[in-house]
Design a protein. Sequence first.
Length: 131
Amino acid sequence: FGTIIPPIFHGTAGDLFKLAARDDTVYSDNTNPISAQITTKALDLGIPSNRKFTDRVIIYSTRPQNLQGRMRMRGEDWSSYFSVDGIECERSINPHDGRFLQFNFAESSANAPFILEGISFNARVTTKNHA
């Protein structure tokens, strides 16, 4: 996904928090869950002029607890909501096609944060000519 930037989280009092270090044991804001969110950049798979089609995604994650995912194609609203409940989680999604796709993952927890390790999806080039 490019450069790794430590996620920033917000607590209920409006304070900002950085992702806890691996040896940290405080994962809450005064016992309240902390929300975390990751959004990928728009992915064109190296062929931006071609439309791609996908209907299946595999998410690789450590400690997914209430992890929710969603995806969208260029210009579309977020759709294809799915939950991530295992370290290797395969989900069928509503079929999508477009030139770029993007993923978003969110979780709210007072436990150790999830680690998004990777995403695989079955993208195929389509023959549609419209944008």
